[in-house]
Design a protein. Structure first.
Length: 585
């Protein structure tokens, strides 16, 4: 018979599969790739939906639209500022502002010695003494007379002598070498223990000393971030802070890549809005923040309510008590109401409070460069440690940002706390808060002041902040008027205001009366200027009525610009110019 006989069915099947194998595998690869692509796309949609959900829940529809409007407005204004004609004018004004800053902060000319190179020969003791005397006599605000808000918190000669002696004895000490300087290690541990006790820490409490409030806040934020990653695998951390919280939280967010949610603190109380905080909490939240008190207005946030949120959502809560320092724990013993005392207070007695920052160099009266960050337990402190076990120079570990630290400052802090003691801090609290109340009552009761100024919020401790109630009188002009009279007060924004942080020098005889008298005189002067301008300050030019522009002071210029610009890049450049000027020799 012609032709070949057909293959058995089993062999035909194998032959067909062999021929179709590569095509089938390719189809399988395509199918798997499509499935993987669909999974990735679904995860992307889920992630986007999740973020959008929490964003809308946190800000609401109107709030989200408002944020979109302000963001668009800011971007358009930024584009406008970079137009060729506008950019050149802005650059010229910034150059003029930089020169003005340099002339004020780093003047040059006859009688001003500048040292830009090492002396060829060592200076004699007499030369050094003469130059140091000359430097100490440079024109400055007289903090000794109580004319400075904050900055110098005690200044008593007797305490200064104690600090100088302690710092002299330990001038070369460095706590990084605990075996070489055991006394500094002991003093640092005792400082932390005493501050923990002051803030009612449990037996598990722990802490470290730092260089100041900013480092304490940075460490608390770092600890919360590391805790969030170690325990909940949070890779996109977020924290929620009041609008009035210290700028150090913004710095921590920038340094440690933490998304920052800023919550409004509405008038008239200027306390953080708890309902907004609650809405902003999401699975990525690693930290809640409250101030006791806040820097701008001296207002204590509702710590008990924040504590309840922290406990309910198992999120750390940090209380910034840098400014409250040793005043807050001593309020009740000094005879003043302690915020939220009936609800358990503001410190570790609140179960949700996991960390507290305390500046011992403020109302603890220690030398500058001293602060503490406290934790509810040692594990939280461990999260801020840095350890490099494989470094070629040896096993390395440090408790905070700094490596080497000045043991002299630790000794000065320990000596200050021992010299002042609990009684001394209670007495100082009574003087400082009484003085704050005197200023507050004058603003509320003096016929001239109460008609023009209003107290911002309900300050509890040492800070008194005020705004202008008269639209024709700028509070920044008042700040500049007080500066001309030798006072160094602090300008605020959003809302515009001025505050004074009362210190021990301000409690001395005559200082607070002088402040009130000068404030009355300044307000009268500014109101008279307004009246004078309304009567004589306008003329007719080309048929148009034109008002004369009075020369603005430093505060009015800076904060007037800052408050009027939606895009703050110009303000940022002015701050850069200021920071650069600090290092102009």
């Amino acid at each position: 018979m012609g032709g070949s006989s057909p293959l058995p069915l089993s062999l035909q099947s194998k032959f067909q599969r062999a021929r179709a194998g590569p095509l089938a595998r390719l189809r399988d690869y395509r199918t798997n790739l499509n499935i993987l692509r669909n999974i990735i796309f679904a995860l992307f949609l889920l992630r986007t939906f999740r973020k959008s959900f929490y964003f809308l829940r946190g800000h609401g529809i109107l709030g989200s639209l408002s944020l979109l409007y302000h963001s668009t407005h800011k971007k358009l204004y930024h584009i406008f500022l970079n137009l060729p004609g506008v950019r050149s004018k802005v650059a010229a004004q910034l150059t003029a502002a930089r020169l003005d800053l340099e002339n004020k902060l780093a003047p040059t000319g006859p009688g001003i010695n500048r040292y830009l190179h090492l002396p060829k020969e060592p200076w004699t003791k007499e030369q050094l003494s003469a130059e140091l005397e000359s430097l100490s006599a440079m024109k400055r605000t007289r903090w000794e007379e109580g004319k400075v808000s904050g900055a110098v918190y005690h200044g008593e000669d007797s305490l200064l002598d104690i600090q100088f002696n302690a710092m002299r004895l330990f001038s070369v000490a460095n706590p990084i070498h605990a075996d070489v300087f055991p006394a500094v290690r002991k003093m640092e541990a005792e400082v932390v223990a005493m501050v923990l006790a002051l803030f009612n820490a449990p037996d598990t409490g722990a802490g470290v000393t730092t260089s100041g409030g900013t480092e304490s806040i940075l460490m608390a934020c770092l600890s919360a971030r590391q805790k969030g990653y170690a325990e909940r695998r949070i890779t996109e951390p977020e924290m929620i802070v009041p609008h009035t919280a210290h700028a150090a939280f913004h710095k921590a967010a920038s340094y440690f890549k933490i998304k920052l949610h800023v919550v409004h603190c509405p008038a008239p109380d200027y306390e953080v809005d708890i309902s907004r905080v609650r809405k902003l909490i999401n699975p990525n939240t690693i930290l809640l923040v409250g101030s006791a008190p806040n820097y701008p207005h001296g207002v204590v946030d509702p710590i008990p309510s924040l504590s309840k949120l922290a406990v309910a959502h198992k999120i750390p809560l940090h209380v910034d008590c840098c400014l409250g320092s040793f005043l807050m724990p001593c309020l009740a013993k000094a005879g003043f109401p302690s915020p939220f005392a009936e609800e358990g207070g503001f410190d570790f007695k609140q179960p949700g409070v996991t960390s507290i920052s305390v500046d011992t160099h403020k109302y603890g009266f220690a030398p500058k460069g001293n602060s503490c960050v406290l934790y509810r337990d040692r594990q939280l402190r461990e999260y801020q440690y840095f350890i490099a076990p494989e470094w070629s120079g040896g096993v390395y570990g440090s408790p905070s940002i700094a490596g080497s630290r000045p043991g002299a400052l630790i000794a000065g802090c320990w000596a200050s706390m021992m010299a002042v003691g609990e009684k001394g801090y209670i007495d100082a609290t009574h003087k400082i808060v009484s003085t704050k109340l005197t200023i507050e009552n004058a603003i509320k009761e003096h016929p001239i002041l109460k008609a023009t100024l209003g107290v911002l919020g309900k300050p509890s401790v040492s800070v008194i902040a005020f705004e202008s109630l008269d639209p024709a009188v700028s509070v920044y002009d008042i700040a500049d008027g007080m500066s001309r009279r030798g006072w160094h007060l602090n300008s605020l924004q959003d809302p515009p205001g001025v505050h004074a942080a009362v210190t021990l020098p301000m409690t001395r005889s005559g200082a607070v009366d002088g402040l009130i008298d000068d404030l009355v005189a300044t307000v009268k002067e500014e109101k008279e200027k307004v009246i004078s301008e309304e009567v004589t300050g306008s003329g007719v030019v080309g048929g148009a009525v034109v008002k004369e522009q009075k020369k603005k002071g430093n505060s009015a210029q800076l904060y007037g610009v800052a408050g009027s610009l939606p895009d703050k890049s110009i303000v940022e450049q002015m701050v850069v110019a200021y920071l650069d000027t600090l290092y102009k020799a």
